[in-house]
Design a protein around this ligand. Structure first.
Ligand SMILES: [Zn+2]
Ligand SMILES: [Zn+2]
Length: 102
């Protein structure tokens, strides 16, 4: 996903990063469980999340919501968080961080 910000700065986000950082409650819980590694069987049974975007829509003035091909679409990405996670070396010389939520 290519974003041109109001100040003219450009950011490129991979779909993989966006999906891996989906801020919805379900994905957050899954990441938490994966981090704890408490239930590896359940994780193996979970189909790989779709990396294809079916649609995107603005949520007011502050965020964007993606709908993925597998029907998942509850993650709302605030622009401020996306901008803070710009993958360019100027914004994040140490590499792109995980999504920073307000
Ligand atoms: Zn999600
Ligand atoms: Zn940047």
């Amino acid at each position: 996903m290519h974003v041109v910000w109001q100040d003219g700065h450009h950011s490129d986000y991979t779909l993989r990063w966006l999906r891996a950082n989906c801020p919805c409650a379900t994905c957050r819980e899954e990441r938490y469980a994966a981090a704890l590694n408490t239930d590896p069987l359940r994780l193996l049974e979970t189909p790989a999340p779709s990396l294809e975007v079916a649609g995107a829509e603005f949520v007011g003035q502050y965020a964007i919501r993606f709908t993925w091909q597998d029907g998942h679409g509850s993650g709302i990405f605030p622009f401020a968080g996306l901008r803070a996670c710009c993958p360019c070396p100027e914004c994040n010389p140490e590499g792109q961080p995980a999504l920073i939520e307000e």
